[in-house]
Design a protein. Structure first.
Length: 405
């Protein structure tokens, strides 16, 4: 990109994160083709992230973590994604889960301290298991078909199947949503890897993000103690489908998603630019970068990337620095993902046009970038829900303004 790599660094802490992730991304990029081809999970990437201390980035400093806010998380995630989008997306959900609980805790203190210390001390990973075959994305408002029943012993027995459990091969703890049968409410439970009846079904075989390990999670009579229940304020009804779009106290942490897809698009733009500079067919006196229609496409990629980056980092900084503004930022955070996806899809398409037929070859990384960015269309928030909620928010604000006039 036309801006220097450290353009969005505010201080030495940001520069340290950028240096760390840039070094890691180089190794990730070398291994990405094999993991993409095989659909295998990059355990060695997670091991390097753990050794570098990156898995404790958003853990509060009081527990031995980096205490990073949204800005620093976004900075690191974008840089990692240039090396391997699958790895970045997987670790992003871990950082997100930790970060939002650190900033706006909803779990009991004992559970929070255990999760924070495990992540800080050993790099233990955590992510939510919420999607299901019958309900699809939880953002649509469906109640989990996974059932949790309280026993006479005061424990809970959980049975069900979850889909899209990203990073499943490396997770130490799964945050499982379930319908608490006796209460007819939705609850969340912390379930440790190795619990009897819990297993990962390796079903993930996708077009893009093939190395993200987004397998199914099967719970067959999994028994957990009452302390595993981490959402004490159980929902009496199904989740509100518009809640994630309107926002809430943790909405800003969702910016890890557009950060990853921007990183992939940046990698595609850099590859296409390098290719254009080096490609010198004998029909030309110079490189194809000097051909007018190629030059236009190179410029168009930069034009698309710049506002997407600026929107992402503007929202991340405002989220970190202005807590009172967070209540009004849910719609903007959702819109950011839509704006970024429009940009990255166009950028990778332009990169393909610049490289031409060679871009389809699996010997080059561009076809992987082309497939990976399309996965972003299916990460939350969904476009239709986001647009509908944005429209309702705009109408509500206008109605209030008209009343006030």
């Amino acid at each position: 990109m036309v801006l220097p790599d450290d353009f969005y660094c505010r201080d030495d802490g940001d520069r340290d994160v950028l240096r760390t992730t840039a070094a890691l991304a180089r190794g990730f990029a070398e291994r990405a083709p094999a993991h993409d081809r095989d659909g295998s999970f990059p355990h060695e990437n997670v091991a390097e992230l753990r050794a570098a201390g990156y898995l404790r980035l958003t853990v509060p400093q009081a527990y031995g973590g980096g205490g990073a806010g949204v800005w620093r998380m976004v900075l690191g995630q974008e840089r990692l994604a240039r090396g391997d989008g699958s790895t970045a997306l997987a670790v992003g959900w871990h950082l997100y889960t930790i970060g939002k609980q650190a900033q706006c805790p909803t779990w009991p203190k004992e559970a929070l301290e255990r999760v924070f210390r495990d992540a800080a001390d050993s790099g233990a990973c955590i992510n939510a298991a919420v999607s299901e075959p019958q309900t699809g994305s939880p953002s649509r408002g469906g109640r989990p078909t996974t059932l949790a029943r309280r026993t006479d012993r005061g424990t809970w027995v959980i049975t069900g199947r979850k889909t899209f459990t990203t990073m499943a091969p490396e997770l130490a703890t799964f945050v499982v949503s379930a319908t608490a049968v006796d209460l007819e409410r939705t609850a969340s439970f912390l379930v440790a890897r190795g619990t009897p009846g819990l297993r990962v079904a390796e079903t993930w075989d996708s077009l893009g993000m093939r190395g993200s390990g987004s397998h199914d999670l099967v719970l067959d009579g999994v028994e957990v103690p009452d302390s595993a229940l981490v959402e004490p304020n159980l929902q009496q009804s199904a989740p509100d489908a518009g809640a994630e779009v309107r926002g809430g106290p943790s909405a800003g942490w969702n910016l890890h998603i557009p950060a990853v897809y921007l990183g992939i698009a940046r990698a595609a733009a850099d590859f296409a630019t390098c290719y254009a500079v080096q490609r010198r067919p004998n029909s030309l006196q110079g490189s194809i970068a000097e051909v007018p229609h190629i030059e236009q496409k190179l410029g168009e990629m930069q034009r698309l990337l710049l506002p997407a980056y600026n929107l992402l980092f503007t929202l991340a900084r405002r989220w970190d620095e202005d807590p009172p503004a967070r209540a009004a930022m849910g719609g903007a955070v959702s819109a950011c993902k839509l704006v970024v996806m429009d940009a990255v899809l166009a950028v990778v398409d332009l990169a393909m046009r610049i490289v031409g037929g060679a871009g389809l070859s699996r010997k080059l990384p561009l076809e992987r970038y082309y497939r990976d960015v399309r996965a972003g269309l299916h990460n939350p928030p969904m476009e239709d829900a986001a647009l509908a909620a944005l429209a309702r928010q705009a109408v509500k604000q206008m109605e209030a303004e008209l009343v006030a006039r």
